[in-house]
Write a protein that binds this ligand. Structure first.
Ligand code: PLP
Ligand code: ZN
Length: 301
């Protein structure tokens, strides 16, 4: 394993990977895993990838988890990239079909890596707020790992997702409120209950699993990244993960400096990232992101 430490995205404080970590111990901002890419690149090469299995664990050198530890895997990753030929004459549009992942969404990528690390570092009870797919994925990977899953869902979550979690053996609690209320309930009870908080961006390794989407895209596009990526965005882990993958692949010498324009596509009724951009006076795709409260000149970090 070439994971060196986990680092705060805001203040840069380094934390040891060998202990369970949630947010930065100093400023409570998210942590990212820092990999020794020089060492990883000695065995992980573009050409050798083709000889490996299709699951995301083929990128083992740039993922956390010591080399002698068996990952908690259900065959995630390695999804097809399909050309949408009939979409339009002058649009070269491709679809990465993430529904072929275990539990039918790309949440499986993040949970495979995060549950593997949580188990390795001694967590026994994993908790997550979810409006659907993250809960299903955690339930499946916790079951695979032999760990408890505690899933908090808004009461109006589609029944199929609730049944999925329960049938996979998770403890499901329905909350009269939004997913943020579910997260707050976990935060309130986790110390007493001994739960490890697996919420989006509150532990460092779901991003690591999701970054494999970026590695796969580069390989499937023959190491030439597309001009734009449209990403159905919830908390943004996939966007951050892909971006991290592009940085890592450039450091590995696999791709150049070109980066796709990243579009965070969110449902109108739940669009915190679009609204945050709008509030900062940014436009998206040449159009106003939908708010008049922007402060021109202010930039995101
Ligand atoms: C199928 C699917 N794709 C993408 C996302 C976005 O997740 P995130 O923005 O946290 O990467 C979600 C959940 O929020 C999802 O269920
Ligand atoms: Zn910090």
């Amino acid at each position: 394993m070439f994971l060196m430490y986990v680092e705060c995205t805001a203040c840069g404080l380094q934390h040891p990977w060998s202990q369970l970590q949630n947010l930065c111990l100093s400023c409570q901002k998210p942590l990212l895993a820092i990999v020794d890419l020089v060492a990883a690149g000695r065995t992980l090469k573009r050409d050798t990838l083709a000889t490996r299995g299709k699951t995301l664990w083929r990128y083992r050198e740039v993922l956390p988890l010591p080399g002698d530890v068996e990952p908690v895997s259900l065959g995630e990753g390695g999804t097809p990239l399909l050309r949408a030929e009939k979409f339009g004459e002058d649009i070269d549009l491709w679809v990465k079909d993430e529904s072929l992942n275990p539990t039918q969404s790309f949440k499986a990528r993040g949970m495979s890596v995060a549950v593997s690390m949580a188990k390795h570092l001694g967590a026994a009870k994993l908790a997550v707020p979810s409006a659907g797919n993250a809960g299903g994925a955690l339930a499946a990977y916790a079951a695979r790992a032999g760990l408890e899953a505690h899933i908090f869902m808004p009461r109006d979550t589609p029944l199929a997702n609730i049944i999925e979690c329960r049938e996979l053996g998770a403890h499901v609690t329905l909350i009269d409120g939004l997913i943020t209320d579910c997260g707050a309930e976990i935060a309130r009870r986790k110390a007493k209950e001994g739960w490890f908080d697996m919420s989006t961006l509150k532990e460092p390794y779901r991003v690591e699993g999701k970054k494999t989407l970026g590695y796969e895209l580069a390989e499937q596009f023959n190491w030439e990244l597309p001009d734009s990526i449209l990403y159905p965005t919830g908390g943004g882990t996939g966007l951050i993960g892909m971006w991290k993958a592009f940085e890592e692949m450039q450091a590995l010498g696999w791709i150049g400096t070109k980066r796709p324009r990243m579009f965070a596509v969110q449902a109108a009724g739940c669009a915190p990232i679009v609204r945050a951009f709008a509030a900062l006076g940014r436009t998206i795709g040449g159009r106003d992101a939908g708010s008049t409260s922007g402060r021109p000149g202010e930039r995101r970090r």
